[in-house]
Design a protein around this ligand. Structure first.
Ligand code: NAD
Length: 350
């Protein structure tokens, strides 16, 4: 059965989701809505999307739409997500699921009440390299993970093409916009987070209301420690996202491919694992080739289509979307108060 989706938002990510859902197969992008009608029309003609809605109620009233894909500034995810669910649509929301835990809870409660699914776009757990990293950890080949470190190095251009990211309401800051990715990947591999600390840098490079550079520290329920460095402020140096895991019996490091064929091999994974390789040297781990940078999105849509059409379980759930936001909200609270914050959060105002 075909899943019929409508896109809400005709910006950067509308291209990615249209291409990825078409590559996944069994998905029709039936329409698009954006407050900027010209922009939506241009995107529709560019991507051969058959219908451009004149209003949000017009999209909601389209009975052919099974699922709304939310591709909007962060503070709008909850409002539009809840309205789409109330109208009987499934909802796939770009990350972060919402910009507060209370909004995530409202979205999840609405989905449960109306019997529709709510799924966040956690595309990185569908990348072949991250998947292989998780498999190696789960196989025990690096032993118990004791320490993790993630880097998210992006320049001001990320914010430059999305002016709303510079506003507190729309973007949140680099933690909510970017560090939510490593937060959900680490949680997927290492389990729930128990405590969060954080500091923002004061030397801003990007003219934005919220933080452009931050370091968050996480302690997992297992006792493992992690540090996430996130910035939109690098003036030089490569755009890079990396994850390193140190285990009792080995080491894994995943980074972006800076020199080779980035379409087939967007990431590189290296390991020290005597269990896997029989020695203590650093080895490159073979990763299944990707068809493009968007392979993780294509695989996400395969999983989500099966969930929405055949009612199958997904690798990522709406609750995972909330838990990722909770880590980031705790980091904001930690920076603001100068204290380490315990999870789960109990303050309903967060
Ligand atoms: N998963 C990823 O790797 C990834 C990468 C980039 C962005 N994102 C996420 O995707 C989402 C969208 O980002 P983007 O880069 O496409 O942003 P964008 O700025 O390119 O597009 C946002 C669109 O929303 C429209 N819009 C704003 N307010 C609206 C309203 N009230 N009603 C209707 N339309 C409205 C704007 O006109 C614009 O076309 C964000 O949540 C962002 O964090 C995810």
């Amino acid at each position: 059965m075909t899943l019929r989706v409508a896109l809400l938002g005709a910006g950067q990510m509308s291209r990615m989701h249209t291409a990825a859902s078409r590559q996944a197969g069994g998905i029709d992008v039936v329409g698009i809505y954006d407050q900027d009608f010209e922009r939506a029309s241009a995107r529709a003609s560019d991507l051969s999307i058959p219908r451009v809605y004149r209003s949000w109620p017009e999209l909601l009233g389209d009975a052919t739409v099974d699922c709304v894909v939310i591709l909007l500034p962060h503070d709008l995810h909850a409002k539009f997500g809840i309205e789409a669910l109330e109208a009987g649509k499934h909802v796939v929301s770009e990350k972060p699921l919402a910009h507060s835990v209370a909004d995530c809870d409202r979205m999840l409660a609405t989905a449960a009440r109306v019997g529709r699914k709510l799924l966040p776009v956690h595309n990185r757990v569908y990348d072949y390299a991250a998947e292989r990293m998780a498999e190696i950890v789960r196989s025990g080949a690096i032993g118990e993970v004791i320490l993790a470190q993630t880097n998210g190095y992006e320049g001001p251009g990320t914010v430059g093409v999305r002016p709303w990211l510079a506003t507190k309401a729309g973007g949140g800051g680099v933690l909510l916009a970017q560090a939510v990715h490593p937060a959900y990947v680490l949680r997927w591999i290492l389990g729930d987070v128990a405590r969060v600390g954080c500091l923002f840098g004061d030397l801003k490079v990007v003219d934005m209301t919220s933080e452009d550079t931050a370091i968050a520290t996480l302690k997992f329920a297992t006792g493992a420690l992690a540090e996430m460095t996130a910035t939109f402020g690098i003036a030089h140096g490569p755009f890079d996202h990396s994850i390193a895991l140190h285990g009792r019996d080995g080491y894994l490091t995943l980074g972006m491919n800076q020199t080779g064929d980035r379409q087939a091999h967007p990431h590189v994974l290296h390991a020290i694992s005597p269990k896997l390789f029989g020695d203590k040297a650093l080895h490159e781990v073979e990763i299944k080739p990707s068809e493009s940078w968007g392979t993780g999105f294509r695989r996400l849509w395969e999983d989500y289509r099966a969930a929405l059409v055949e009612d199958r379980p997904t690798r990522v759930t709406g609750d995972d979307g909330k838990k990722a936001v909770e880590i980031i909200v705790a980091a904001y609270h930690a920076n603001a108060t100068g204290r380490v914050v315990d999870l789960p959060l109990t303050d309903p105002s967060l």
